[in-house]
Design a protein around this ligand. Structure first.
Ligand code: AP5
Length: 216
């Protein structure tokens, strides 16, 4: 039976940073709907064209588009043992659709890792974030700078600031989180798989809490 893990939490709490690390640790694929959408935008595909303006504004892409790309991703051979979802599900409709997908394929959600962090720390983390334009590695100007300024340690491509990391878009994304995604906490809270993770402190300390939580 395949086991799927979910990272839940507001923009900037560290879902991507921790999901990349946990994926290596558990040897499961990291499935970030944000990364998949950004790849579609870069490729100029039909989905990318429809998603680009929505993402730049800080709103959510339609549930239908998201469920199509997730269902397609789960068909890949590397997803047979399970995946680590990052930024998905993001609405109650997506969570219900995921439950149906899990039931139909005889899979389970083995952990819902809800990372919690104060809004003011979130804003500081997102304002200083830089990402690799090529491989998607995540950096921070102050907390996780690359060895050479502006250059990715992993693939040596240029680092960029995401379009949606502008202050006014960050505010919109936090508001969208509260209205659309925060209800998922109640949706998952009473399941045995639910774990609340304190997202404060350095990335190593947060990762240690996550490893502990998935071992429980
Ligand atoms: P997405 O890419 O999923 O963005 P997000 O959820 O807003 O999350 P972020 O990537 O901004 O933050 P994160 O929690 O991953 O933090 P990170 O690890 O980078 O989605 C983007 C857009 O796509 C959405 O707005 C929407 O339009 C669309 N979309 C995606 N999925 C969708 C879905 N399911 N449904 C509908 N629409 C969807 O960390 C942030 C910064 O902090 C980094 O600089 C990092 O280096 C730093 N940092 C991390 N941890 C620490 C630490 N412990 N201490 C200090 N610094 C740290």
């Amino acid at each position: 039976m395949s086991k799927h893990l979910i990272f839940l939490g507001a923009p900037g709490v560290g879902k991507g940073t921790q999901a990349q690390r946990l994926a290596q640790f558990l040897r499961l694929p990291h499935v970030s709907t944000g990364d998949m959408l950004r790849a579609s935008v870069q490729s100029g595909s039909d989905i990318g064209r429809r998603a680009a303006a929505v993402m730049d504004s800080g709103a959510l892409v339609s549930d239908q588009i998201i469920m199509d790309i997730v269902a397609e991703r789960l068909f890949h051979e590397d997803a047979a043992k399970g995946v680590i979802f990052d930024g998905f599900p993001r609405t109650v409709n997506q969570a219900r659709a995921l439950d149906t997908l899990m039931q139909d394929s005889g899979s389970v959600i083995s952990a819902v890792l809800h990372i919690d962090l104060d809004d003011e720390v979130i804003v500081e983390r997102l304002s200083g974030r830089r990402v690799c334009s090529q491989c998607g590695a995540i950096y921070h100007e102050r907390y996780h700078p690359p060895v050479t300024s502006g250059v990715c340690d992993v693939c040596h491509a240029a680092l960029v600031q995401r379009e949606d990391d502008q202050p006014e878009v960050i505010r919109r994304r936090l508001a969208v989180y509260e209205s659309e995604t925060a209800p998922l906490v109640a949706y998952y809270h009473d399941r045995p798989a639910y774990r609340l993770i304190d997202g404060d402190g350095g990335a190593d300390a947060v990762f240690a809490r996550i490893v502990e939580a998935v071992r429980e």
